[in-house]
Design a protein around this ligand. Structure first.
Ligand code: ZN
Length: 846
């Protein structure tokens, strides 16, 4: 591997120990100048020094060693994003100091150092620190960072360390930050802007502040409170104090990911941090709590103990994903956030049933491939597998293993097998084999279940969503069986090792029902014999909400895979009749929404909508529109799910007529005209039927709106208008600069989901594809989401067009997303052709 290879990796001949750097920022000119002294440990004599750097102009460069100065000549290698410093004399082993000065420019996208409105912010993960500092930009090269910035005097400057000193220096304010703990370059951060904060509050001895732009000051409290609440819980779990001295959280006005766990300075997309508890839907509150906790969990797992290389990025993300739900569940048990975790797991199960899926842990040759692997397999499947392993080992044993791992690798780097080793020591169980089977092998099993008396027959095969496919793989499956008999509910765990096995249940009297994924904690699907399925249908009330959701999701997956009939599935949905749990309702409404969007047309569409209306309207009417005294959050969320069914899927006229004037009052500033949990649906369905006046009001309101959730609601509602001339106006916004870059892919998604806007948007995207790729050039994660939005297309013709288009316009930044999107679209198109006639017959039979 040479420096002209994109997979080049740094040698361990020279290790950075400390980087002392000063950056001078010119926000108007979008440029910066830097100077640094890097303390190096030279392990073996070298003639060259290799550092990462992208689009930096290096000036004076020299190495100081043992009282001598060695001149260095920089040569830039763009493919490997490195600069090779050729030294006039060889550098002996021992300590050396590299002195370097450079200039560079802000990037146009959302990485490196960039401008988000009036705020200059950095985003370095995976490998963009090299756009700001010449540095050792790989996670294994941890060192301390002593940073100073020079910025315009009126602006706040934040970095990983607290501020040690500030003074005026010519036209600048010079701010010197405390030297950090050892950090890999991807966790270094800087934010400069006209920011305001909460007052500083202490949690476990750590000063915590939350920051945003002045006009959003009223939205700071909740994110601050969440951080104060979860920090002690995390510290307790890890058995280690928070290491980074202080914690600042900042809402950045344009941000590619959800948030970034920079040590001591966490940056967020505004909608993932800032909210008004009086008007925010509960879903937004839960999301903020979950994201804050996820980023704080990384302060230990990732920041204190860091992966050696990006191939273990999944472990970092899987762990933080799982941990966030665990801790938020301790903080707010009434939120039942594990059900939200299951919703994320459902996305991963869907993705992982494709041929084009990938193992949780794959080979990652370079940082670009690392960026591509931030997907539902990495986060949600990874998190679900950790949860399954925790369930198998027991909670305390698992925690002991984690604590051992954190102590053993403190301040250093580790690989996944170090974690499995620690868990194996704590548990004396074969964790390494179990974990590796799940993380190195793509896909997951479907477990077939039949019952004879009290004897359960189990067998497994790999599950694919494409009909007729199966695979030879097997997994060690930690099953949890639940069943009901004369004495009530029982559970039993069982490791299904081979292809098939049997278990005898201890039952009093007949087994009335059997669930093969109790609590829905396993990452597999269950396929029941006809008798067992009928038993479950009769015993829905005895299943936990997560199990009812799992049952519906698994049956739907079996329909997709051609292993179950859609008519039976629809009958099962009807069997849920008066389901009261909002999360289960959400699952049912989601499936009904899919049928409405893809499987019915013409008269059938109308028939289907009326059926959904008959099922859910009386229950919405019974609840009424406005919360009554003594209502719980669960009640409010149930009303929200019912409204999605009746207004979103069924388009019931009676309800739409009630919504329009209420949305009007909301837009006039009377935010209590609708319960917050109804607002997203209400504004969206109003837009579908809306006229010019509503379009103009939303178009004018979204740029001015300080609350990020409201802003996003209004922006995305603009994609829902079904009057052709208004759909056209929304399409036109796609290519001007009205839509913030961070929301661009969601906007495309909304337009392609809109029946009226779909064709024109699809044509526009293909015509102006170079504009789309230019727009997203500095934010490849967003380009991937644009490709994924093609999945909203519906007809075989669309599929052929998408295949031809993506073959002619390859997207190297999103190869996996291209393959997955086309495969899934092919399945959706085939499903429509196969099931629409069956759904039609079923509907006519009702
Ligand atoms: Zn993360």
């Amino acid at each position: 591997m040479t420096t002209d290879d994109r997979d080049f990796r740094l040698s361990r001949d020279v290790l950075p120990r400390r980087i002392q750097a000063t950056l001078t920022l010119d926000l108007d000119a979008r440029s910066f100048a830097g100077e640094a002294e890097l303390t190096l440990s030279v392990e073996r004599p070298v003639r060259t020094l290799v550092l990462h750097a992208v689009e930096l102009d290096l000036g004076r460069t020299e190495v100081h060693v043992a009282g001598r100065v060695i001149r260095a000549t920089p040569r830039v290698h763009p493919v490997s994003e490195t600069v090779v410093l050729e030294l006039d004399d060889p550098l002996p082993a021992g300590e050396a100091r590299l002195v370097v000065a450079w200039t560079g420019r802000f990037t146009e996208g959302l990485r490196g150092l960039y401008l988000a409105g009036s705020v200059a912010a950095t985003q370095f993960e995976a490998a963009d620190a090299r756009r700001v500092f010449p540095c050792f930009d790989e996670p294994a090269f941890k060192c301390t960072w002593a940073l100073t910035v020079k910025v315009p005097p009126g602006l706040v400057a934040l970095s990983n360390g607290r501020i040690l000193a500030e003074e005026l220096d010519g036209p600048y304010r010079k701010v010197r930050f405390a030297e950090t703990e050892v950090l890999p370059s991807y966790l270094v951060a800087l934010v400069v802007g006209p920011l305001v904060s909460t007052s500083e509050e202490m949690a476990v001895g750590v000063p915590v502040r939350t920051w945003c732009l002045e006009e959003k000051r009223a939205l700071l409290g909740f994110g601050q409170q969440a951080a104060l609440a979860v920090l002690p819980r995390l510290q307790d779990y890890f058995g280690l104090p928070y290491a980074f001295g202080k914690l600042d959280q900042v809402g950045i006005p344009d941000f590619e990911a959800g948030a970034m766990e920079n040590a001591g300075l966490i940056t967020y997309r505004e909608v993932a941090l800032l909210l008004d508890p009086a008007t925010a839907p509960l879903s937004i509150q839960k999301r903020v709590a979950e994201v804050v906790t996820h980023e704080l969990a990384h302060q230990w797992f990732g920041n204190w103990v860091t992966m050696v290389w990006w191939d273990d990025l999944w472990l970092n993300e899987a762990f933080a994903t799982w941990m966030a739900y665990k801790i938020v569940d301790q903080w707010r048990p009434q939120w039942r956030v594990w059900l939200d975790f299951d919703a994320g797991k459902a996305t991963a199960l869907h993705l992982d049933a494709l041929r084009s899926t990938h193992p949780i842990r794959g080979t990652v040759a370079n940082a670009a491939e690392a960026t591509e692997s931030f997907d539902a397999i990495t986060y949600e499947k990874g998190g679900a597998v950790l949860r399954m392993i925790e369930g198998f080992l027991a909670e305390e044993v698992f925690r002991e293993g984690i604590r051992d791992y954190m102590r053993t690798h403190a301040r250093a780097n580790a690989v996944a097998d170090d974690l499995w080793g620690a868990l194996a020591r704590a548990s004396r169980a074969p964790v390494v084999e179990l974990a590796n089977a799940w993380i190195r092998q793509s896909g997951y099993p479907v477990v077939s279940v039949a019952l004879e008396g009290t004897r359960v027959r189990l067998s497994q095969e790999r599950f694919f969503s494409e009909p007729g496919l199966s695979g030879p793989e097997t997994w060690p499956v930690p099953l949890v069986l639940a069943w009901g008999d004369d004495r009530g509910r029982h559970t039993r765990t069982f490791l299904l090792g081979g292809r098939s096995s049997e278990v005898v249940l201890e039952a009093s009297g007949p087994v009335r029902w059997l669930d093969a994924n109790a609590g829905s904690t396993g990452f597999y699907r269950a396929a029941y014999s006809a008798e067992l399925l009928a038993g479950l249908g009769r015993s829905l009330r005895e299943l936990l909400p997560a199990e009812r959701i799992g049952l519906v999701a698994d049956q739907w997956a079996l329909v997709r895979a051609g292993r179950a009939r859609v008519a039976d599935f629809l009958d099962l949905v009807l069997a849920f009749g008066d389901e009261a749990d909002h999360a289960v309702l959400d699952e049912l409404v989601g499936r009904l929404g899919y049928v409405e969007a893809r499987l019915v047309d013409g008269e059938d569409l109308e028939r289907f909508r009326r059926l959904v209306e008959r099922l859910f309207l009386p229950r919405l009417q019974q609840m009424g529109w406005d919360p009554v005294a003594g209502e719980t959050d669960q009640d409010r969320l149930r009303r929200g799910a019912l409204l999605r069914a009746v207004a979103g899927v069924a388009r019931a006229k009676l309800v739409l007529a009630e919504i329009a004037p209420r949305v009007d009052r909301v837009l006039n500033g009377q935010r209590t005209a609708l319960d917050p949990n109804l607002l997203d649906t209400a504004v969206g369905v109003s837009a579908r039927d809306g006229d010019d006046e509503l379009f103009d009001r939303l178009r004018a309101a979204f740029p001015r709106e300080p609350d990020p959730a409201v802003k996003r609601r209004y922006l995305l509602a603009l994609t829902a208008f079904e009057r052709p001339e208004l759909a056209k106006r929304a399409e036109a916004m796609l290519l001007d600069s009205a839509v913030p870059l961070q929301d661009f892919a969601s906007f495309v998604h909304g337009l392609l989901a809109n029946r009226v806007a779909r064709e024109a948007t699809w044509a526009l995207l293909r015509d102006r594809w170079s504009t789309v790729t230019e727009k997203t050039a500095g934010a490849p994660m967003l380009l991937r989401r644009v490709v994924e939005a093609f999945g909203n297309l519906r007809e075989r013709r669309h599929l052929d067009e998408a295949r031809a288009f993506l073959a002619a316009h390859p997207v190297p930044e999103a190869q996996q997303a291209v393959a997955q999107t086309l495969e899934r679209l092919a399945q959706d198109v085939a499903l429509r052709e196969r099931l629409a006639p069956e759904v039609s017959v079923w509907l006519r039979g009702r």
